[in-house]
Ligand binder design. Structure first.
Ligand code: EPZ
Length: 432
């Protein structure tokens, strides 16, 4: 069975929770740090496994990595000696492919294992390659490795055929030291793209327009060291906001940038939760009844695909039929089969989920198919009657720091267990 969470349900989540640094900004910023030969100090890193895996991959290039504390690291790219990142690290996290952009951008050659598929779709990287080739690199695939090299990297106009976070960031990394100006059109606009551009500009880069669909990068000769703080994680914040609504609780998420959660706040209000924004916090108060609500996931500032599973759980208790359309990934409803075992009434047709009102959830043993679906199944367990066991929590711990601790702080009865004995002990515990 391995490590899993056991949850005793029928709990409303009430209280305050502090949100950590954005995983998907941090992963790109750590890779970007090796573009300089000076030391970059990066703060507010989330303590999640994806970050520690990428730091190991960065160490493998020969860069100096000094883990100051759980949330701070110093990276110096002066001693990078190998431009080849082995498959093992890539297999663990896709974001290692940002090292392709930064190694190519700085050394004009890079060799990174082709990232494996993922549980939410095929995850191609054709747009990354299109950008690198437009800058003058030769990119080839050999033995599962992507090999990119260039005599010169020359700025140019690149139009992205798909709005893609990864390719937008990777092209920024590859062009920041190129000769001349690069313009990325149809760029993704997520907050973490703005964070990466701000980080690079703090190192002396000249990037304008991040956060819009046209980003202009004037290549510079070199980048100096910097000290930088990662933005709060909009998806961690959104997960707790939806958990408040789904459990009929009352949660204040702290240390957030409310604007980043606008689409999530709007949908929670539309279904009937009460959402109040502060300067750096948002309070969500759940309701007894929710209106059926339709959602279509879109690139930022649309409703984020990473919040789709969590919202599905909340909408299982709306007074009628809700429809969720997943327009970003082609296979992001795998968790619905797990939810159905807890009593959800959801029909998946292609990239659409039709959610009928569920009478109630009953606890079951379920398995997380991916990171965000895992978080959604935990929320479902907190609502359900009885006990729920969530397996494959390694997915969840890739992106949520101290998820169990934060949920217990909000009143959830949840524990991380490794043995059947521990699980039994939790089941027999007299609950408060
Ligand atoms: C990032 O993935 C995030 N991961 C994902 O979060 C997030 O779901 C996604 O952006 C969308 O917001 C990280 O930042 C590490 P994309 P990424 O490139 O960059 C297609 C999580 O839970 N596409 O924006 O891989 C692709 O197939 C993870 O934290 C191409 O066709 O996403 C998808 O349909 C899950 N060709 C769409 O674009 C390409 O070259 C969006 O993908 C690249 C992408």
């Amino acid at each position: 069975m391995g490590d899993r969470y056991i949850i005793k349900g029928n709990t409303k989540l009430v209280g305050e929770v502090s949100i950590g640094g954005a995983k998907n900004a941090a992963l790109a910023i750590l890779a970007a740090a090796i573009l300089s030969d000076e030391t970059c100090t990066i703060e507010n890193l989330p303590k999640v496994s994806d970050i520690s895996v990428l730091l190991s991959a960065i160490e493998q290039t020969g860069a100096k990595v000094d883990r100051v504390d759980d949330h701070t690291v110093k990276i110096c790219g002066k001693t990078v000696s190998t431009k080849s990142i082995d498959y093992d690290f890539i297999r663990k996290i896709r974001a290692s492919y940002y090292l392709l952009g930064s190694l190519l951008g700085k050394y004009k050659n890079a060799e990174v294992a082709l990232p494996g598929g993922c549980n939410i779709g095929s995850r191609p990287i054709d747009q990354h390659i299109k950008g690198f080739e437009a800058l003058g690199a030769t990119v080839k695939l050999e033995h599962g490795m992507i090999i990119a090299s260039a005599d010169r990297l020359v700025g140019t106009n690149i139009y992205l055929d798909v709005v893609t976070v990864g390719a937008t960031i990777n092209i920024m990394l590859a062009s920041v030291l190129a000769e001349g100006t690069t313009i990325i059109e149809n760029a993704a606009k997520e907050p973490h793209i703005v964070d990466v551009a701000n980080f690079l500009n703090s190192m002396g880069a000249e990037i304008k327009g991040a956060g819009t669909d046209l980003i202009k990068i004037n290549g510079v000769q070199k980048l100096h060291g910097t000290q930088y703080m990662i933005i709060p994680d909009q998806i961690e914040a959104g997960t707790f906001m939806v958990a408040a609504a789904a459990t009929g609780g009352d949660i204040v998420v702290k240390n957030v940038i409310p604007k980043h959660m606008e689409a999530i706040s709007a949908k929670l209000q539309e279904m009937g939760a009460v959402v109040t924004e502060g300067d750096d916090s948002i309070r969500v108060v759940g309701n007894q009844e929710y209106k059926p609500t339709n959602i279509k996931t879109l690139p930022y500032p649309g409703f984020p695909t990473d919040m789709q599973p969590q919202m599905t759980v909340a909408l299982c208790f709306a007074q009628g039929t809700s429809i969720i359309t997943e327009s970003i990934f082609e296979n992001r409803f795998k968790y619905v089969d797990e939810l159905s075992r807890m009593g959800a009434t959801i029909k998946v047709e292609g990239n659409t989920a039709i959610i009928e009102k569920s009478s109630k959830f009953t606890g079951a043993t379920v398995s997380a198919p991916d990171l965000r679906a895992g978080a959604a199944l935990v929320i479902a367990g907190i609502i359900a009657d009885g006990f729920t066991v969530v397996e494959r929590i390694d997915y969840i711990e890739r992106g949520y720091e101290d998820f169990v601790g934060k949920l217990c702080g909000l009143g959830a009865q949840i524990q991380r267990v490794t043995t059947d004995k521990e699980e039994q002990k939790f089941r027999l515990k007299k609950t408060s």
